[in-house]
Design a protein around this ligand. Structure first.
Ligand SMILES: [Zn+2]
Ligand SMILES: [Zn+2]
Length: 99
């Protein structure tokens, strides 16, 4: 979810957007949430307890509907001789429903 999506869900909870942002950053720093740049310049936050666990994994972002999907780690292979310690892999394209 992006910051604005989280803020939208919390509307009426008397939390302003800045507070929501600070909480998201704090959760990221505490290691409970992973943050990734969705290729469109928008930060998205993801709970670490998901099925993907703590492993960094690639994300697919649909350029039409902006839906972000977690991809299995092994769906992208980068030769270790080229890159060590991959932090973020973003793939963009059209999802099945927008094709
Ligand atoms: Zn789509
Ligand atoms: Zn993910």
């Amino acid at each position: 979810m992006s910051h604005s999506e989280v803020a939208q869900r919390l509307e009426g909870e008397s939390l302003d957007k800045v507070t929501v942002w600070r909480v998201l950053v704090a959760l990221t720093e505490a290691g409970l949430v992973d943050r990734s740049n969705g290729g469109d310049g928008t930060w998205r936050f993801e709970l670490r307890s998901g099925s993907m666990g703590h492993d960094p994994h690639p994300h697919f972002t649909c350029v039409v509907c902006k839906t972000v999907t977690c991809l299995p780690r092994e769906s992208v292979r980068i030769p270790p001789r080229i890159v060590r310690g991959v932090v973020d892999v973003q793939i963009t394209g059209r999802c099945e429903s927008c094709d």
